[in-house]
Design a protein around this ligand. Structure first.
Ligand SMILES: Nc1ncnc2c1ncn2[C@@H]1O[C@H](COP(=O)(O)OP(=O)(O)OP(=O)(O)O)[C@@H](O)[C@H]1O
Ligand SMILES: [Mg+2]
Length: 268
């Protein structure tokens, strides 16, 4: 069973879909079998990966019934990387999705999809509604994405409180993998100051060390529906997400060695 990681944010337009695509691509480069799953009714990842060209079928069709995993999981040219869309949503399907979120079928469906992969990265819709809550119920970890802007920072506790509530009441294994700051403008003094204050206001381990800078190449990559690393001029952006994937791995290893002293002691 793969690790299910939801990429979430209280605010919209902060780089969640971009993170799912580029972090997923980086993890697949390290040899992990990765599935990117679009769980946003607006179909952000479906657009970002040009999935509509290949299929209209997705998660909603699995939940309604009649479509198996083989029909919704689309393999890419890279054998380690696959993507599944949300499916074509008519207005009544959006309503159905909310129902599936409430009755637990969405959570069960996501866990089923995760089997057979090392990582399932979920592109969540913005906000802290029922859909996001049910995705957190299905997740091993969450990556809250935030811009280094005052109101974005102030709204982060809403998401962190939801994570805490889900953990306390339903899913004790849910971890905060790390808060990720994206579109960070290192040349903007206000942003730099805000960023430092923000980090100082919360436990340091809550944050990823790596931040994702604002780079025009991400926009260019989005236009071409590609991970940024696949653009000739996208090496800097690609490296940022490679570093993030490495940090994620490092955190996983640190957690494992932390809980399995006995194993480590008895290795040789
Ligand atoms: N680091 C970055 N530098 C510059 N532009 C970026 C960066 N990350 C993302 N973008 C651009 O910002 C826009 C919003 O990004 P994205 O769609 O990933 O956000 P989102 O959080 O998924 O949005 P939504 O909440 O609407 O789903 C996109 O056009 C994307 O190309
Ligand atoms: Mg999105």
């Amino acid at each position: 069973m793969g690790r299910v990681i939801t990429i979430a944010s209280q605010k919209g337009g902060v780089g969640k879909t971009t993170t799912v695509l580029n972090l997923g691509y980086s993890l697949s480069r390290f040899g992990n079998r990765v599935l990117l799953l679009d769980c946003d009714p607006q179909g952000g990842l479906t657009l970002a990966t040009n999935l509509k060209k290949r299929t209209d079928v997705g998660l909603i069709n699995q939940l309604i019934g009649g479509k198996g995993l083989a029909e919704i999981v689309m393999h890419t040219k890279d054998p380690n990387l696959a993507v599944a869309g949300i499916g074509r949503l008519d207005p009544e399907d959006v309503f159905m999705l909310d129902e599936f979120a409430k009755d637990g079928r969405l959570t069960a469906g996501v866990r089923e999809i995760a089997a057979g992969f090392d990582y399932l990265l979920i592109d969540a819709p913005a906000g802290v509604g029922g859909l996001v809550t049910s995705l957190l119920l299905a997740s091993d970890a969450v990556i809250p994405v935030v811009l280094c802007r005052a109101l974005a920072i102030k709204s982060l506790p809403l998401l962190l409180n939801l994570v805490r509530w889900v953990r306390d009441h339903h899913n004790p294994g849910l971890a905060i993998e790390g808060v990720l700051m994206t579109m960070f403008d290192q040349n903007n003094e206000t942003e730099r100051e805000l960023g430092s204050e923000f980090r100082a206001s919360l436990p340091p381990e809550l944050f990823f060390r790596n931040t994702i800078p604002y780079l025009a190449t991400f926009e260019k990559a989005s236009v071409r529906s590609l991970p940024v690393a696949m653009l000739a001029e996208g090496q800097q952006g690609g490296k940022c997400y490679m570093d993030l994937a490495l940090e994620l791995k490092e955190r996983e290893i640190a957690r494992q060695t932390g809980v399995s002293d006995e194993l480590v002691a008895g290795l040789f």
